[in-house]
Each structure stands twice: as structure tokens, then as C-alpha cells.
Design a protein around this ligand. Sequence first.
Ligand code: ZEM
Length: 303
Amino acid sequence: QINRYFLSAESMASQPGDYAAVRKDIAAQLNKPGYDDGSAGPVFLRLAWHSAGTYDLETDTGGSNGAGMRYEAEGGDPANAGLQVARTFLEPVKERHPWITYADLWTLAGVVALKEMGGPDVKWLPGRTDYVDDSKLPPRGRLPDAEQGADHLRQIFYRMGFNDQEIVALSGAHNLGRGHMDRSGYDGPWVNNPTRFSNQFFKLLLNLEWKPRTLSNGLKQFSYSDPELPEDEKEEPLMMLPTDMVLASDPAFSPWVKKYADDKDLFFKDFAKAFGKLLELGIKRDEQGNVTNTDNVLGGYIS
Ligand code: ZEM
């Protein structure tokens, strides 16, 4: 309701399958004066990631198909706190293009947001359905816990089929957005310009002197504030999560942190590939790219 007027005046209802029209309307939803750093982009990217990041290769459960976050079992997972905001921002787009599934809309929103914020093109294919197969509902606890270490990161991302290099590349998403005390409990942005995609996260991770800080809620994060600036000119401190710091100290992760800090093009290329793979987890396609998951046959919304 509240966001409807942000849609561009020329945007119109579209024919089923007109993803270009949907992309345009997602892009029109990004500009949010007064919200965070003025853009819904970061939270759209996080919505896409959390919708897909529940996947388990071994049992073929979780993943973006089904858009399970609409329901309490998944949507109410404390790990997903705050993502209701992103879903609400996207509701006018869904109203305008009712033929698109939520599962496609949320993943596409991440892809469009990334691009609009200066990031790379990510290959995206449609065809996810909103049919929720109860037997494929992911249990809670499948998303990473920022308080933990390298073993935990590997356990979570290997479960989805990612390797160490892809873990580091994907973590570069923390070039965007911020921690919110009322969502995850962490506080502040990773970089100075958190609505512009870049490899700054890796540079700062390596080059700044990060100081451990325990927040009032007991969570630990790492903090940097420019010691040269006088008290009254201090900017908001930057932060790193414990899991971000691990990328710089782990012997298999850190060479990739260095490569991505030095080579923005390599980072963009690897991020695009890994993020595209993430959004496809659990989606099965034939040679034409059409989705063949059996749950789609059972009752998904097929256009
Ligand atoms: Zn994040 N992430 N993430 N992440 N993330 C947060 C915010 C954002 C972890 C994590 O605990 C957190 C990936 C990986 C991992 C984004 C994208 C991606 C926050 C702060 C936390 C605590 C949330 C808040 O308070 O609003 C951990 C432990 C990860 C393991 C490596 C991957 C992969 C991502 C995408 C590809 C983004 C864009 C944000 C910023 C959200 C916003 O609203 O500003």
C-alpha cells in the first residue's frame, strides 16, 4: 500500500513472461529516501540469499523454490528477521505482475538490485513455483550464524555445494547494507558507501585495524573508526562480523580475500557466478531451461 506510488508512472500491468517489465518495476522500488542508506537494494539481495541459502544438497530440501518465507515456519526464523521489509517493498511489483511467482520475484529482485547498485550481471532464469512441498521445508538453523568460525562456515556452505573460493566470493556481498540492532542484533555498515557494489569489503578487511567490540545485547563484532578524525567529525564506525574476520585469518580463505581485494573484475566475475549458482540450488531444468521439479507438476502456479 504505502510503496505503490514509488512505481514509475509509465509502468503497467504486463503479459505473463515479460520479465523485463518486472525488472523495471523492481528497479523503481529501490529508491527509498529515509530508509537505511536510501536504498532497498541491500535488503533485496539479502532476501534472495536467504530464500536460497537453506538448500541441502544431500536431502534436496530447502532452496528458493516454493518461497517458503511467506509462512511462519521459515519466515519466522530469527535468521530471517527484517526480511519482511523487503517482501513488503516488493508487494506492489507482485500486484502489478501477478503472474510472477514469489520465488522468482525474490530471486530476481536480488539480481536487479545488485546490478542497479553497480554490481555485475547475474544469469537468472525463471520457473520457480510457489508450491510449498511440506516434505522439502527446511528446518531452522540452515543459515549461517555470524558468531561462529571457519568450521561452521564450511559446514553451512559445503552443504549447499560451495567450495572455499565461493564462500569468500559470496561473503563479498557484505559490501552492501548494514547490520540492524532490531534484526540480527549487529550494528552498522561494513563500508562507507553501502549502496554501491565494489570490492571495498575485502580491502577494508585486510587494511584496517579492527577492534573487538561487545554490543549491549552480548553479540561480538569488530569495529573501526578513523582515529585521525576529531570527536565531532567522527563518522559512523564500520563493522565486521566474526565470520567476516575468519575469512582473513583462515589459511584457505585468506588467499581469496587478497585476490578479491586486488582484482575487482575477478571478484565481480566470481561473485556473479556463485550468486547465480546459489539462486539455482534445488531447481532442476531440462535442456531448454524449463523447470522440471516434480513439485511444480503437483500444483505450482504455472503460467
Ligand atoms: Zn549476510 N548478513 N551473511 N550475506 N548480508 C547480514 C546482512 C547482509 C551473514 C550474516 O550473519 C549477516 C551472505 C553471507 C552471510 C547480505 C548478503 C549476504 C547481517 C546483518 C548478518 C548478521 C543483518 C541485519 O541486521 O539486517 C553470515 C554469517 C554470512 C556467512 C558468510 C551472503 C552469501 C550474502 C549474499 C550473497 C546483505 C546484502 C546484507 C545487508 C542487508 C541489509 O538490510 O542491509
